[in-house]
Design a protein around this ligand. Structure first.
Ligand SMILES: NC(=O)c1ccc[n+]([C@@H]2O[C@H](COP(=O)([O-])OP(=O)(O)OC[C@H]3O[C@@H](n4cnc5c(N)ncnc54)[C@H](OP(=O)(O)O)[C@@H]3O)[C@@H](O)[C@H]2O)c1
Length: 239
């Protein structure tokens, strides 16, 4: 679980019965109480490893490090993300790079190495990558984050295509607004879903080996309509 401190990640863990877990996060020692509770309640193995999506050089060693320290693994969940601040990113290259690198470049590099590991095992496995509905159309209020998440969705699509002949399944997740620390400072978000609802949708869909899920489901139709709005009209909308 990459980004194991995330609210959605922890809700997914709660739904993944029968698994052992490798919790990868920045400052992973803070997850010790969560891990202890998980071990106690689920009688499973839970390991913590350090992971920073912005440390590109370390990402190549990630699969082997996880394997050596924690054992063989068969499912990778990419749950980290950085919303950042759109207005700041428009003026500040560091903020722009952090949003793009955390959500896209770091995710893509980590996914590549982990996909190679899963493919080399030659056994059934899976990847769940959390993108966002924000990646379906560029909007003035969050196009930097949206561009990174849209890039991630395209990357996951290509990875799924590449791994189609193997036993490694790739699920792309596109949540709408979810009530987590990421959105806690945002007011009046429409159709705000709970992490538990989104996690339930994700795990159910992964088990059915579907390719893409919008969660909650109606975001598929909302984004279908939003994508259909002609650019000429879209430019006049304050979205
Ligand atoms: N909440 C929403 O409305 C929403 C909607 C669509 C998609 N998503 C996506 O859902 C996923 C889960 O987010 P969430 O809603 O559960 O938010 P969250 O609770 O705020 O979790 C985001 C996590 O990403 C981690 N992270 C950020 N940058 C990182 C980096 N460079 N390396 C490693 N970890 C990093 C954070 O770690 P630290 O604790 O160390 O900062 C944090 O634990 C993300 O991919 C997010 O983009 C969320």
């Amino acid at each position: 679980m990459l980004g194991a401190k995330s609210a959605i990640a922890q809700a997914i863990i709660a739904k993944l019965d029968g698994y052992d877990f490798i919790l990868a996060a920045r400052g992973s020692e803070a997850l010790a109480p969560f891990a202890a509770d998980l071990r106690l309640r689920r009688e499973c193995q839970v390991d913590l490893i350090e992971f920073d999506a912005l440390d590109f050089a370390a990402l190549a060693q990630l699969p082997q490090k996880a394997h050596d320290e924690c054992g063989e693994f068969d499912l990778v969940v990419v749950a980290f993300g950085y919303l950042g601040d759109q207005a700041t990113a428009e003026r500040d290259a560091v903020e722009m790079a952090t949003v793009l690198n955390a959500n896209f470049t770091g995710a893509a590099i980590a996914l590549s190495h982990l996909a190679n590991y899963l493919e080399a095992r030659g056994k059934p496995g899976g990847i769940i990558g959390i993108s966002s509905v924000a990646g379906d159309r560029g909007r003035q209020k969050n196009y930097v984050y949206g561009a990174a998440k849209g890039g991630l969705a395209l990357f996951l699509q290509g990875l799924r295509n590449r791994l189609a002949a193997t036993e490694v399944h790739v699920l792309t997740v596109k949540p709408g607004f979810v009530d987590t620390p990421m959105t806690q400072d945002m007011d009046d978000l429409p159709f705000l879903a709970s992490p538990e609802k989104v996690a339930g949708d994700i795990v159910r869909t992964y088990r059915k080996k579907k390719d893409i899920i919008y969660t909650p489901f109606f975001w598929r139709w909302i984004m279908f309509i939003i994508r259909l709005i002609p650019e000429r009209l879209f430019k006049k909308m304050n979205l």
